[in-house]
Design a protein around this ligand. Structure first.
Ligand SMILES: *Cc1c(COP(=O)(O)O)cnc(C)c1O
Length: 433
């Protein structure tokens, strides 16, 4: 790898003008050290930095790019849409077309509204759930990320049942106190919260397969318990599928796991790399939104024609037979190869995967929630990340993020990645002994 001289210069320039030099904190490489790559180009499974280095990309814009970078169908869709005008602030046919694809793919969604990010989707779904139930409190799991809206930026430490404290200054404690945080995969804590606050709880929001504390799988009976509990107390169950929607299966985690939420939040893949989010559910809930109903929700650029065109292009491709088999096949080979590499050096790494979404924790595991995720060896992750980066493999620069493959990832990408991992682990073991 060439020295990241140009990236370092660009980072310096950015830091003068943009807080921390980035527009989203994880990008700054604080958890792994060194200079963030400034990316100038992407093609298929690869990204290229400002110094001309090539990397096999397992971040894929945090999962949004299921077809890889600059897919020809996606590029054509953007070009066509751009030539017809970028935004009108008036309804366009593309919005209905993308809505139809989503409604057909995800049976629990009868109506859907588009927004500009996953954050907006979750924030708006909460408002709707609160209005629909006439209740204020929400229940979320520690370690699940639902964007950075005030009520959701609460994760409180472990412990069965805590009243939320804000994760960030600037979130009033009086907002956060409506957020009840429970550990992921802990049915008893969910029961306790629902017993204690039964008629105050508007909704339980959860990532059905968590991807924001690393990849952590919800036990199917846990999600079923949340379904039963919310039904019993008259609260809504919200699945945040911003990451898992159209990723772990075409119909998302809910179709895969056979559990039907009241509301679903989407983002990432449905915009194929353009800013988009959506939330949807049963008609009787969704019709509370303005202008049909009284719950205000709006957006100057919502349903943007470019974003809709890219979403349609990407989902039409994913809908074709064989897409998910290909994604799964690539990820399965990669997982098997990496497991072998870690096992050969007796490096304790706990891996898990669903379809093309996967994760690893540098610890023996099992990892079932935030507390167990936090037991990972962050030094080992940091070393592995940097050894991989030096060998042209780009992983998320944090031990607590999921990873992804796209349909553009080839057999040889996977082989190169496994070979790089073997060298990386060798180097780590050499340093340690
Ligand atoms: C990425 C993500 C969000 C936030 O989406 P943004 O587009 O970054 O606002 C919310 N929930 C989950 C599960 C996510 O992965």
């Amino acid at each position: 790898m060439r020295p990241s001289r140009r990236s370092a210069e660009l980072y310096e320039a950015a830091r003068k003008l943009i807080p921390g030099g980035v527009n989203s904190p994880v990008r700054a490489f604080r958890a792994v050290g060194g200079t963030p790559l400034f990316v100038t180009r992407g093609q298929g499974s690869k990204i290229y930095d400002a110094d001309g280095n090539e990397f096999i990309d397992y971040v894929l814009s945090w999962g949004a790019l299921a077809l890889g970078h600059a897919d020809p169908d996606v590029v054509t869709a953007i070009e066509r849409a751009a030539q017809a005008g970028t935004s009108f602030g008036a309804p366009t046919p593309g919005e209905t077309e993308l809505a139809a694809i989503i409604v057909e793919a995800i049976p629990s969604i009868e109506q859907v509204r588009f927004v500009n990010s996953g954050t907006e989707a979750c924030m708006s779904a909460l408002r709707l759930a609160r209005a629909f139930t006439g209740r204020d409190k929400i229940v979320k799991c520690a370690g699940c990320y639902h964007g950075h809206a005030d009520s959701l930026l609460v994760s409180a430490g472990s412990g069965a049942l805590t009243l939320g404290v804000p994760d960030s200054p600037g979130v009033p404690a009086s907002f956060a106190e409506h957020t009840i945080v429970i550990p992921y995969n802990d049915g008893e804590a969910a029961h306790a919260a629902c017993r204690r606050y039964a008629d105050e709880i508007a909704c339980v929001i959860v990532e059905p397969l968590a991807g924001n504390m690393g990849f952590v799988r919800a036990k199917p009976q846990y999600l079923q318990e949340l379904r039963d509990l919310t039904d019993r107390i008259g609260a809504l169950l919200i699945f945040d599928e911003v990451m898992t929607g159209f990723r772990v299966a075409y119909g998302g985690a809910q179709t895969l796991l056979g559990i039907s939420p009241d509301l679903t939040c989407l983002g990432k893949i449905i915009g194929g790399g353009l800013p988009v989010g959506a939330f949807g559910g049963k008609r009787d809930v969704m019709r509370r939104l303005a202008p049909d109903g009284d719950v205000y929700q709006a957006g100057t650029l919502s349903g943007n024609p470019l974003a809709m065109a890219v979403g349609i292009a990407q989902l039409r491709r994913l809908e074709q037979p064989g897409s998910y088999e290909r994604l799964e096949g690539t990820a399965r080979t990669l997982e098997a190869g990496l497991r072998k590499v870690f096992a050969a050096k007796r490096l304790p790494v706990s891996m898990d995967r669903e379809g093309s979404m996967w994760g690893m924790f540098f610890q023996a595991g099992p990892v079932t929630d935030l507390a167990s995720a936090k037991r990972s060896d962050l030094g080992a992750f940091r070393a592995f990340f940097n050894e991989m980066l030096a060998r042209g493999i780009y992983l998320a620069p944090s031990a607590f993020e999921a990873a992804f493959v796209s349909t553009a990832h080839s057999k040889s990408d996977v082989e190169r990645t496994i070979a790089a991992a073997a060298e990386a682990v060798e180097a780590m073991v050499a340093v340690a002994s």
